[in-house]
Design a protein around this ligand. Structure first.
Ligand code: NAP
Length: 287
């Protein structure tokens, strides 16, 4: 007779969830370490979020990840929220600690870890240009500020949104110089010489529109830059291709996806994540 051992259950709350790579990535990691855990996708409609979160306690799930559209809305339903997640105003990982739900944000830290692992980049004292002012930009910007970056320039198609993000950061952290910049060649030209890292947080270049012009003019790029695009499908976007062509160091968005998962895995299990196998799963899934 087949034995039905009780597993520790983790998963993803999102709407939609069917294209997520997280179930395969986490299940491969649990298998690799022989842990009696599983990771399931849960399609949670926005109006059911509160009940779903209460279900984590009711069903004694070990924890979950959250994706669009739940990262911000979930906060009022949690018992405790980490400093980073509180600052960013978004939670992507919940841990059920003896019936208490603790919220974390591993997106920003995942991004920082990928830059450290793949380009040996340390944010302290650096000058950074972030393109985009949405959810991902916010998580990355706060984490860079917490890591001691010297200055952040936030450039966005809709400049009012960049200005809003700048104000939000300034109202919560006072040791970082942060400025909005219009997404125009002339304005970017004035600052690019002092920039160490360019981060594209927009969906520009994402599959299937892979042959679009990069979100910033490639003529602005130079070989002293590290250029990263958080789009991971394709792994090499048109921006990264242009950056490579001028001799800049490049980092793809795959690392951010990988390390946000690595950190969530470690939060839930208390074990060091098998990074290589998780990376392999992602690389095999994304061409
Ligand atoms: P979001 O909140 O909707 O923000 C999107 C940002 O991109 C906005 O600033 C928007 O500018 C800008 N944008 C959109 N289309 C543009 C265009 N055609 N030209 C110039 N700017 C444009 O989205 P998000 O949650 O931050 O996610 C952004 C991207 O990051 C998505 O592609 C997502 O898949 C990716 N992502 C990757 C990871 C990872 O692990 N690698 C993690 C999170 C997100 P406006 O304000 O002008 O609309």
């Amino acid at each position: 007779m087949a034995s039905h051992s009780i597993k520790e259950i983790t998963g993803l709350f999102g709407y939609p969830v069917e294209h997520s790579l997280s179930p395969e990535m986490h299940n491969a990691a649990f298998n690799k370490l022989g842990l009696d855990y599983t990771y399931l996708p849960f399609e949670v409609k926005p109006e059911r979020l509160k009940e779903a979160v209460m279900g984590i306690k009711g069903l004694n799930l070990r924890g979950v990840n959250l994706t669009i559209p739940h990262k911000e809305e979930v906060i009022p339903y949690l018992d405790q929220v980490s400093k980073e997640a509180r600052l960013i105003g978004a939670v992507n990982t919940i841990k059920n600690k003896d019936g208490k739900l603790i919220g974390y944000n591993t997106d920003g830290q995942g991004f920082i870890t990928s830059l450290k692992e793949e380009a040996n980049f340390i944010a302290r004292d650096k000058n950074i240009l972030i393109i985009g002012a949405g959810g991902a930009a916010k998580a990355i910007a706060f984490q860079l500020a917490l890591e001691g970056a010297n200055s952040l320039y936030i450039s966005n198609r809709t400049i009012s949104r960049a200005e809003e993000l700048v104000l939000t950061i300034e109202s919560k952290l006072n040791e970082i110089k942060v400025d909005p910049v219009p997404l125009e060649d002339r304005k970017l030209e004035m600052i690019i010489g002092q920039i160490d890292l360019v981060i594209d947080t927009t969906p520009v270049g994402m599959y299937p529109k892979v042959d679009v012009k990069p979100v910033i003019n490639p003529k602005l790029l130079h070989d002293d830059l590290i250029v990263t695009d958080i789009v991971y499908n394709p792994v090499e976007t048109s921006l990264l291709r242009s950056a490579k062509a001028v001799g800049a160091k490049t980092v793809s968005g795959l690392g951010m996806l990988l390390y946000q998962g690595v950190l969530a895995f470690e939060i839930w299990t208390g074990r060091k994540a098998p990074v290589e196998i998780m990376k392999e799963v992602l690389e095999n899934k994304i061409i």
